[in-house]
Write a protein that binds this ligand. Structure first.
Ligand SMILES: [Zn+2]
Length: 338
């Protein structure tokens, strides 16, 4: 009888978790990028409508546009559009960071619950603490960064409108060029949507890592090791590949993932105490069970359970959906397996 080991099961669940979290990130980023595209369209139509109302008949000129206040009105309306976008993005990111943290917490607890015997108590970090510690209501470093980028973008749009973007172009072309402005940073010029995506992914991955840290803290009696894992796909870089399986000494370890942002998507796997060892500290039935497993040569890591007739069989792996529908809202209490 070949029964899966904790390590085999854990690796499979970790992969499933990373894919689920990646889907959540992708959806969250897509919402932001779509919102940004809509703002770009809106900014173009602001430029066109203001120019056309000031220059209904004849060709427009920069000189006249300044004299009539066209540029000032455009700037005013674009600033309003960017402010609305900032508020939308800020609220959206607050929501998805909280979701990232909660989902990662739940999934980490689920993996612990599945890969430890039924009698092992898995402790959920306090739900309220997650809210307060990780998603502050007031300004965060990323919100300040976002606001700075939008300010730089607005400046650049104004520069584009008054300089080369308008030279020798049709009004439509000029509006498109002006609103395709790049964000000028000391490191170079960046497309805003690229920065937006990078920032949101980084913050979501950080929220996930912080959730893992909370789960480790709450369950340090049963988590014995933290190990660097890659997704073992073709996106893994040589640097991360070399770290596969390396033991980590906690969140301050220089190799604590992510050591860089995408495309690798490496993660830390929290390895529970061995199945047999956990059984030994369990109920009298557990202690008898571990003796039987040892005699059969199945200790220490085979995930064996007894069926209702007392026969030894491989553990049933509860899906995340089934488990979370039972233990879903984590509220600081014990979240036992099965
Ligand atoms: Zn890498």
């Amino acid at each position: 009888m070949k029964i899966k080991t904790q390590g085999e099961v854990l690796a499979k669940l970790e992969l499933e978790t990373r894919k689920a979290m990646r889907d959540h990130e992708d959806r969250s980023v897509l919402t932001l990028i779509r919102a940004w595209r809509a703002v770009q369209v809106q900014m173009r139509s602001i430029i066109l409508s203001e120019y056309m109302s000031d220059f209904p008949q004849k060709d427009w000129t920069l000189f006249e546009a300044k004299r009539k206040g066209t540029l000032i009105r455009i700037d005013h309306r674009i600033t309003q559009a960017l402010n609305i976008f900032f508020t939308f993005t800020h609220n959206h990111l607050l929501k998805v960071l909280l979701e990232s943290h909660q989902q990662e917490t739940l999934r980490a607890l689920w993996m612990l619950a599945v890969t430890t015997p039924k009698s092992t108590v898995i402790k959920a970090p306090n739900g309220n603490a997650i809210r307060e510690a990780d998603v502050p209501e007031d300004a965060t470093p990323w919100a300040l960064r976002l606001s700075t980028w939008l300010g730089l973008l607005r400046n650049q749009i104004n520069i584009n409108l008054t300089s080369q973007a308008l030279a020798g172009n049709t009004l439509q072309e000029a509006a498109a060029e002006a609103t395709d402005a790049k964000v000028k940073l000391p490191q170079g010029n960046f497309d805003f949507d690229g920065l937006l995506e990078r920032m949101s992914r980084y913050e979501m991955i950080s929220a996930q890592a912080s959730a893992r840290g909370d789960v480790s803290d709450a369950n340090d009696d049963i988590i014995t090791r933290e190990v660097f894992m890659t997704l073992a796909d073709d996106k893994v870089c040589p640097e991360c590949e070399a770290l596969e399986g390396a033991e980590l000494s906690g969140p301050n370890d220089e190799n604590y993932p992510p050591i860089h942002l995408g495309p690798c998507r490496c993660f830390v796997s929290q390895v529970p105490m061995e199945w047999a060892e956990l059984l030994r500290s369990g109920t009298p039935e557990d202690q008898q069970f571990v003796k039987d497993l040892e005699e059969l040569g199945m200790a220490p890591t085979a995930m064996a359970v007894r069926d209702s007739e007392g026969k030894i069989e491989g553990s049933v792996i509860v899906s995340f959906e089934d488990w979370s529908s039972k233990y879903g809202p984590v509220v600081g209490s014990a979240a036992n397996a099965r």
